[in-house]
Design a protein around this ligand. Structure first.
Ligand SMILES: [Zn+2]
Length: 146
C-alpha cells in the first residue's frame, strides 16, 4: 500500500526481528492515520536531504518494541517515529541539515552515530534534539548534537 509518493506501508512494518520471531507487526487500523502523517513528514525530510531515506525501523507493535528494547511509550508503537539511514552524510550531519532546513519534528535523535531517529506529533512538534551515547554500558540521551 502506497502512503505517499516515496513511501509504502511495508517500509514501516518490515522488521527482520519480527520475521525471525514470528511477531505479527501489522499496523492496527486506528494507527494508519499516524503512519500516513509520518510518511507525509518524511517526504519533507527527504526533500531537505535531497536523497532517498531508508527506514530501518518504523512501526513497532508492543511485542516487537519490547523485544528490541524500546521504551513502552516509544513513538514507534504509535506509528509516529522512524529510525533511518541516508547517504546524505553521517547521522550528525543529517540531524544538523534537518535543523538548518527548518524541518518540523517532535524529537530528533542522533543514535550512537549510527542512525537517526525522528518522531512527529499530530498536534505539537517540540523540536527536541538529543544524542544517544553509551555511558558505562548504558544508553543515555544528552541534549543537542554532540
Ligand atoms: Zn527510534
Amino acid at each position: 500500500m502506497k502512503l505517499t509518493e516515496h513511501f509504502t506501508l511495508n517500509e514501516f512494518t518490515r522488521s527482520t526481528t519480527a520475521s525471525r520471531l514470528k511477531i505479527d507487526n501489522r499496523v492496527p487500523d486506528e494507527l494508519i492515520a499516524n503512519i500516513q502523517l509520518t510518511a507525509i513528514k518524511l517526504e519533507l525530510v527527504r526533500i531537505a536531504l535531497g536523497k532517498p531515506i531508508v527506514i530501518n525501523s518504523g512501526y513497532r507493535c508492543p511485542a516487537l518494541n519490547a523485544r528490541v528494547g524500546g521504551v513502552s511509550t516509544s513513538a514507534h508503537t504509535k506509528g509516529l517515529a522512524v529510525d533511518f539511514y541516508c547517504s546524505y552524510g553521517t547521522p550528525k550531519q543529517i540531524c544538523q541539515r534537518l535543523i538548518d532546513a527548518g524541518v518540523q519534528f517532535d524529537k530528533l535523535i542522533q543514535e550512537h552515530n549510527q542512525w537517526v531517529h525522528i518522531g512527529f506529533s499530530p498536534s505539537n512538534n517540540r523540536q527536541i534534539v538529543l544524542t544517544a551515547v553509551k555511558q558505562g554500558g548504558k544508553t543515555v540521551y544528552v541534549n543537542g548534537l554532540v
